[in-house]
Design a protein around this ligand. Sequence first.
Ligand code: IPM
Ligand code: MG
Length: 358
Amino acid sequence: MKKTIVTIPGDGIGPEIVAEAVKILRTVASRFGHEFEFVPVLAGGSAIDATGVPLPRESLDACKAADAVLLGAVGGPKWDNLQPADLRPERGALLALRGGLGLFCNLRPSVLQPQLKGSCPLRADLIGDGLDIMVVRELTGGIYFGEHRRSEDGQSAWDVMKYSVPEIERIARKAFEVARRRRHKVTSLDKHNILETSRLWRETVTRIAADYPDVALNHLYVDNASMQLIRDPRQFDVILTENTFGDILSDEASMLAGSLGMLPSASLREDAFGLYEPVHGSAPDIAGRGVANPIATILSAGMMLRYSFGLQTEADAVDRAVSQVLDAGYRTGDIMTDGGLLVGTSEMGSRIAEALIP
Ligand code: IPM
Ligand code: MG
């Protein structure tokens, strides 16, 4: 199989972790006889420094022409206060990529590897045999893409939260389809008691559910859900939610996996194209020191193999290689516990690459 992959190393720890995921994809290509061409492009703070804009036209065009995109992270204190806000890496690069590429469906699997039970902050009796939750976050609507304004006198501000029926329908269908390949349960989150968007959300999701009679649907208020996630996380299979709630809840869910450094994500649309990135950010405080955990990015590359290229065997091999290296005791600082073998970013990547070769 021949594929073109755009890489966006970005800022902070981005370049370090993307290098490790590329190492893994190259290993997969040689072991399984595929040809992956990597096209590095600029986006985020590094693009601002080099070109004056967070997402140069050529970068977006390169993504559009590729089969998939692998992104590290963008942003950092250096660019936090740029005006107008559209110049900042988060909005000007990340949201522009999500919106510009039409990536409305964000999958964030939160899986607690059995070897990392000690890193999960919950009690053993709450974890049981392990945790496996899939957050399906709507990614191109809601407040993130509504109007952001300040009044003339600067004394008030507003951000508009808006959803249309088709936007809710398509993400709901994705969630039900994902649930069909898992434990057949969708929990839809909203603030139905307060927000009109949530009323539309709940009505629409309920209507779409009729097409998936084999999947159980329940609704929770988002505040209750955030409590239930730490009270009884095993009640969840697929969590379906709008953009902002999904942003917040997926960080919470990530801690169930032991560390934000373990969480991959896929941003998808109706065709096979997708953008893959760790859920965590650019971690400027540890950038350049070779200590970041590359596993979230490596697992994101695995999701690329699975969702964009349909390479299930290869994707399973990546997941297994990560698990083997954890079994062998190797840990980056964020998941280090007593008796672990502390390794840096590059060694973690190399160990996982070695585990891929039989
Ligand atoms: C995420 C991040 C982004 C978001 C930021 C960096 C804009 O927190 O992917 O969860 O809010 O979506
Ligand atoms: Mg977030």
